[in-house]
Design a protein. Sequence first.
Length: 439
Amino acid sequence: MTTLTPVLTRFWDEPQSWTLETYLRYDGYQALGTAFETEPADLVEQVKSSGLRGRGGAGFPTGLKWSFLPKPDGGPRYLVVNADESEPGTCKDIPLMMAAPHLLVEGAIITSFAIGCNHAFIYLRGEVVHVYRRLMNAVQEAYDAGHLGKNIHGTGFDLDVTVHAGAGAYECGEETALLDSLEGRRGQPRLKPPFPAVEGLYARPTVVNNVESIASVPSIVGNGADWFAGMGTEKSQGFGIFSLSGHVTRPGQYEAPLGITLRELVDMAGGIREGHQLKFWTPGGSSTPIFTDEHWDVPLDFESVAAAGSMLGTRALQIFDETVSVVHAVARWTDFYAHESCGKCTPCREGTFWLKQIMTRLEEGQGTQDDVDKLLDICDNILGRAFCALGDGATSPVTSAIQYFREEFELGMHTPWWEAYPPERSALFPVANKETVSA
Ligand code: L3W
């Protein structure tokens, strides 16, 4: 584990890093003690002034979101942790929950105390049964140690945590679809406003935050808002987990201050695989417009990435070298969005299906003269017209890939991708990396 800001990942390399015993050796649950001695409103202020912004993709200020909760009216209010990680390339929350589940549990307790919640939920992607088991064990350990339950450590504060496994749908990572799914309905997005902060789970005020956001809270409470705000850039403060996958020598999670560049991260990851060059990459998962080798030095913070034409998103850096057909890669993402579209709104349901049909033609070298313009036209009709961000996300790889590699799409009118880019040359994990991959 290479890390520039060893906070969330500071003990991942320990054997049994996930146990309470290990967590306690790394100052686990110390911040909880500090939080219980602090006024809840001051905790909200602290997280606000730390500058922490949502780590699930949108980057909305976390403390500000907490402060949107209406004044207590005696009824319940909820914390829901969005652990539905499923964006192609995004692989930070699941490793975090596997390696350090107590960071999330402690963060959830502090957040619940700050916002006055007595029942928190962790909504987990259904397929990851191993993560479900690990979280359940950590929650049980926290109950046994008296960090959860009634009158926690004599403070008078009660909290129960429920770990809920969904059925495995990308759409359920959208916060209101997640809430519908948690309530037992089909996971489809709700109209916003009202935002969940006002009317969320069971129509009660609800804070929905990403795993990494909540796991960052103990470090802020333990070290102070200024400590956190002192890292990163002026408007994108703190650190984050950057997930590198694809054609790098050592793929994995790298924790670093926001504002680090691809060049610095790839250096830490041992470079692009030997003998090859960077062709294109995603800064924040498949929903963020692709970048190319023009963007090695873009600071990876919310503002700089947006200024360069993409989004920081979930810091999922999928890296492709010159052996990869961009049409082939985009077609896989398009398949994903067409499969995962929930079907609620027409632009996304029909549009992603049309994108997929055209991308398949272009992949197979059977595209027609006007297919590239048709793709752009369909994207134009999805963008900003879909019910939630899934539709917009589906257009990002298509439009950005056409912007940078239009000639490759035009090649798809007569040449299948496998002739232009023989697949045996583009195996993602070459022999030299086998050790790293299995380790
Ligand atoms: C109260 C207001 N709350 C905004 C809250 C809102 C939400 C948060 C952000 O999309 C992005 C998307 C994907 N009063 C509020 C308010 N809020 N105004 O702030 O809201 P929003 O609408 O900006 O974004 P979103 O719908 O949450 C998320 C991008 O993330 N993404 C997705 C990755 C997917 C995963 C996954 O695997 N599950 O992480 C990657 O880039 O495209 O743009 O809480 O309620 N006035």
